[in-house]
Structure formats: C-alpha cells, structure tokens
Design a protein around this ligand. Sequence first.
Ligand code: NOJ
Ligand code: CA
Length: 544
Amino acid sequence: MNSYLWWQTGVIYQIYPRSFKDTNADGIGDLQGVIEKLDYLNQILGIDAIWLSPFYPSPMADFGYDVANYCDVDPIFGTLEDLDKLIFEAHSRDIRIIIDWVPNHTSDQHPWFQDSRSSRNHPKRNWYVWRDSKPETGGPPNNWLAVFGGSAWEWDETTGQYYLHSFLKEQPDLNWRNPDVKAAMFDTIRFWLERGVDGFRVDVAHYIMKDPKYRDNPPASPGEKSFHRPHGQYDTQHHLYDKGHPDVHAVYREFRTILDEYSTAKPRMSVGEIHIYNFAELVKYYGTPEIGLEFHMPFNFSLLKPEWNAQSFRKLVDKFEATLPAWAWPNYVLSNHDEGRIASRYGKEQARVAAMLVLTLRGTPTIYYGEEIGMTDVKIPQSQQLDPFGLRVPGLGRDRCRTPMQWDASPNAGFSHSGTSKPWLPVSDQYPTINVARELGDRLSTLNLYRNLLTIRKSSPALQWGSYTPLDNVPADCFVYLREAKGQRFLTALNFSSESQVLHLSNFVEAKIVLSTYLDRDETIDLKKFALRENEGILIQLGN
Ligand code: NOJ
Ligand code: CA
C-alpha cells in the first residue's frame, strides 16, 4: 500500500459548467449536464476528480467569477439539490469534486457589498476597501490598475469614496485585513466541506493581501509581463504592492487548518491559482511543515509560458523539481478557461505530445475539458464576443477557449439537445470530426490517446508517484525522462520537432513501447538505437 492521496495519484479534469452539457435547451451548460456525463468521465475517459468553475448565483459580469452568494447555485446551472446530487453521483463513481472558491472579490450585487456601499457608517463598510480620493489630484487614491484594464479604483457617488477592484468594477475586492471578512469567508468553506466537497481551487489566491500603505506600483521593467501572456495596460506596471503581500501566507495557513480539520473524515485538498513564475516565490504557497502548511499545491503555470521546444520544457521541469521541497507535491497545467487551447497554441500533433508529457511527468495533471478530443480555439468576431476582458481589451478575450464541448456530430455538437436552441457561445465548426462519439470509434484519435495514457497511469506506481530523472545525451529536440518506483520503470521520449530523431540510450536493455502518440506501435525495441517520428512521443516500459 502506498500512502499517496487521491489528489496526488489522480488526474483532475476542469469543467467550465456553462460549456459542458446543456440539459434544458437554454443554450447554457448546467449541473444536470455534468451529472449526465459522469459515466463518460469515469468509465470512458478515466479521470479521478472534477474541478468545477463557479456555479454560484452571479450576475455573470465575469461569467461566475463575480459571486453574489457563496453558498448557493445560480438557477442557470440548477439548484443546491442538483449540486448535492452531483457530489453524491460523483462519489459513487469514485470521482472527487473540487469547487472554485473566489476569495479576492465578490460581485457588486453581493449583499455584503450592497450594505458596504450604502453608507460610510454601515458595519460592513470596512468589508471592502474604501479610500478617499488623492488630495493632490482629486483622482484615485493610487496608480493601481485593474487586470482587465483601467484604474483599479471606482468612484462611488453615494458615499463619495473610491472602492478597490482588482478585476472588473463589478468585482469589488474584499478587505481580508478585516477579521469579520475572514471569518465569514471561512464559514463559506465550512459550508461546502460539510456538504461533502473534496477540495477547492482558489481563484487568484495571492491577490487577497495588498500593501497596507497602498503605495504606488513602480513601472514595469522593459519587457516585463505580469502574466505569461499579454495583459495590455496592466503590463505597464510592476505589481509590487497590489497583490501577494507576505501577510497572505498567514491567511492560507488558517485556511489549511480548516481543510485539515475536515480531512480526518476524508482527505480534502486545495489548489491555489497563483500566476507566479518564479519558483522560489511560488513554492512559498505550499507553506512549510514547521511554520504551517498552506495549499496542497499552488498551480504550476510555468509550462504555459515557453515556445514549443524540448529544451525550454525540460529546463522548466528540472528547475521546478529542483526548487520544490522534498515533501511538497508537484503539478502541471497546460491550459484552462483563461488560456488558449493546446491544439491551437502548439498544433494538433504537438498537442498529443503535450498530453503524453503532462500525463507522465511527476505530479498531478489538470486537463481542461475538450483537450482530450483535441478541441481548438474558436475565432469569434469582436462584435460577438462576451468575455468582459475581450470587450475591454480587444484581442485578449477568452471566449475562444470556452466554446461548447463537442459530444457528437448532431446539431450543436450534442452540447444542447434541441438543435433549435442557440448555445451561449458558437460551437466550433470542427465538431463533425472533433467530437467524443466519432473519436471513440477511431482507434487513432486524440481521445483514445488520452484514454490509453490515463489507463496506463492509473495502474502504474512509477507514473503515479515514481521518481523523475531527465536523460542527457539525447537530441536537442527531444525531452526524455525516466520514471521509477517499486522496480517499475518507464521512459518517456518526446520529440518536439517536425523531423524524425534518432536516439541512442545504451544503458537500458529490454524495452517495450507501450504507447506512441501515433497509437500505432507497441513493439519491443533496442534502445541502443531507435527513432522517433516527427512530433512523436513514446512511452517505453523497461525491463530489469
Ligand atoms: C481568474 C479566473 O481564472 C478568471 O477567469 C477570472 O476572470 C479572474 N480570476 C477573476 O476572478
Ligand atoms: Ca441549461
């Protein structure tokens, strides 16, 4: 028996509920739709946990990341009973449920904010961040910018002060320095833990603590970006003071204590959304066993950054492995609802190599819905875009990677049963070929590649929790690594180039290919000399 937990050995699958499966023909995915597809996720695909993007009551200014009630379900998605049913049905299939928790900001329609903005004397005034205008200019209190563009401060006529919003003005930032806010937010965590959820994905986790002196951010250094991808005006500053104040760690230590209390019944987990690409900084969000643990994992977004080449990927993996404390658990992410889809960022063949990479590295992989069938971004004309980021900063919209899941070749790709309803975002015109039903019947499909990878991983101690050792002396276009546990050894050999590559790995003798990203070979090979075809990854099981 190994002592690894479900969130370490398992594979997480992110569902953006609006886009997964619509069961009442209103063009928007719902919780009932997720329930309908549990057998697909479990029996056909083989994932272990679902991360559900927000389903809370929300005016949907940021499609659910503007929460108006942390303890309920928006009628668009269903009811609290549907969510209970989802938790029950998932658990009965051994699927864990991770929900999104959005602590940095609420919706401006949240009763807390309504109270807070009602008068300067309201007891909830200090639940949000209110400041006077700057005396010298009469303008905003400082130069902080909102991630989605413009000032992070919004003037409120009623009480004559500015409030802080790191994202949209419809998403006012909570004041986490107020103990009442902390207590109320921690109660929302308890609410869901009591209801049986297994974990939380914490939205922009590091944003909750800012400089208590509200100092101006300095300008960005030339070429500096705040995220790995452009963020327009936001990139003009070095975001020193408006997020990630060191006081943040004490909050997450407390947060972790709550999760740990509930973990005696069954293990719970937390994963923080933290776009920090400096590993030494990032790993601080694991906490320490001495001072106190924080997140079970902060998302490791580093692989979203590099161009597609073997050296860059290897360097990042090696550096992450080297920085991670021995007791901490790694993880990898290749895409989500904010990023472009892998097949569009890197290409169709490359996406298959990326799948093998993320599913054979050491650490928990998170797959974004639709990646398993090779879904691509959908180009949506500016006039039809809905994402507030894309509306404010043309070119940076995220609708393209949030389009409906492609289930089959029927109208609306089977996302919405009735062919008459109009999905909230257009369905990709590639759905007649890129869809679950067709790919299940195609031995060589991307879906079958994922299924194979997931099946092999599930039964392999080496892949689930074995050591990671990169191999030198391989062609510069290849990334090759060994995974080993309990005498079981797997070698992953990935060719990042569009030319075939010859490898000489004389240290190993007996070797059998168990999987190629082409899905067409499973022969024994001589590692002294073997070739990888263009954009091919292979998984090799080694004898002793
Ligand atoms: C990060 C989420 O992933 C993104 O979709 C959202 O817009 C922002 N946080 C604000 O909550
Ligand atoms: Ca619906």
